[in-house]
Design a binder for this molecule. Structure first.
Ligand code: C2E
Ligand code: MG
Ligand code: MG
Ligand code: MG
Length: 290
């Protein structure tokens, strides 16, 4: 009786594994075609300077509009791109598109916009990455000061390997941010010596704030650490005016989140920029009026 059950379980296990594998291979093939078929595009999320109330920077976020499955999250397809090696052509497309559209935006709105682009492990660790960045800058004519690269804490773990790469990148004139800061395991001692410019506080910490009088020790600590290390600090995932005001009081430099704007298409950003900017400025000055 017992023996009967075993094969059944194994069979079930095997078939569900196979299913998962097939789905993955399928998605990988689709992703390969996505680049050729123009199914990928970028959205941009404005970043608000809490000192001035100005919006002069934004994060580029990749989107995939699958022909039959519809919208697929980058959280689901970036790992597949990583494992299949597609991340190389794919990452380059993201960089080029972000730089090109930012140049266009600078012209259309007549402002020196800066764009922040997410990097993945395989991309940063390809051996000619610095050359690729130089090429993209040359091809798109973007000023290096208008480009920021976002890496994660885990990519900085091997400090001996990553430090010279980051130094070379910074020498070009661009800036480096650490994304989702606080969720990894960076040790304070090596953070001090990393050639970086900015910490982005993960939204899981910020979203705990419900009231301006709250105390969110991790948020406070990251901001004060950034200040001591002379790094700028961006808080991600701001959804409420209370969160904005809390961060304003703590002298956080920039915020990003649905309260200011969701990530939007390039065309929409051009169209709605003035409106988004105006509304954001009013929110920044609210605290001063109380
Ligand atoms: P991330 O870089 O930390 O990006 C922030 C994510 O938070 C984005 O999700 C954004 O849409 C979302 N977000 C922004 N404001 C709010 C808010 O107020 N509330 C909430 N609940 N969410 C907010 P998205 O676009 O789904 O991207 C997820 C992750 O995928 C990104 O996290 C990034 O790690 C990765 N990713 C996106 N684009 C690229 C890319 O071009 N290259 C690479 N390598 N990774 C990318
Ligand atoms: Mg990011
Ligand atoms: Mg993040
Ligand atoms: Mg992330």
């Amino acid at each position: 009786y017992e023996a009967d059950k075993v094969p059944e379980r194994i069979l079930f296990y095997q078939s569900s594994m196979l299913n998962l594998r097939t789905k993955r291979v399928e998605l990988e093939n689709d992703l390969y075609k996505a680049l050729e078929n123009d199914e990928l595009f970028l959205q941009y999320q404005p970043q608000l300077d809490l000192q001035t109330g100005e919006i002069k920077s934004m994060e580029a976020l990749v989107r995939w509009n699958h022909p039959t499955k519809g919208w697929i999250s980058p959280m689901d397809f970036i790992p597949i791109a990583e494992e299949s090696g597609l991340i190389i052509p794919f990452g380059r497309w993201v960089l080029e598109t972000a730089c090109r559209q930012t140049m266009e935006l600078q012209k259309v709105l007549n402002k020196p916009f800066k764009v922040s682009v997410n990097l993945s492990v395989g991309q940063l660790f390809q051996d000619n990455f610095v050359d690729i960045i130089k090429e993209v800058i040359k091809d798109t004519n973007i000023s290096p000061q208008s480009l920021e690269l976002e890496i994660t804490e885990s990519m900085t773990m091997n400090t001996n390997y990553i430090t010279p790469i980051l130094k070379d990148l910074k020498e070009i004139g661009l800036t480096i941010a650490i994304d989702d800061f606080g969720t990894g395991y960076s040790s304070l001692s090596y953070l001090k010596d990393l050639p970086i410019d900015c910490l982005k506080i993960d939204r899981s910490f910020v979203q705990k704030v419900t009231n301006i009088e709250d105390r969110e020790p991790l948020v406070d600590m990251i901001i004060s650490m950034a200040q001591h290390l002379k790094l700028s600090v961006v808080a991600e995932g701001i959804e409420t005016i209370e969160q904005l005001q809390y961060l304003q009081r703590k002298n956080c430099d920039f915020i990003q989140g649905y309260l200011i704007s969701k990530p939007i298409n390039y065309e929409e950003l051009v169209e709605k920029y003035e409106e988004i900017q105006q509304e954001a400025k009013e929110k920044v000055y609210q605290l001063n009026m109380i």
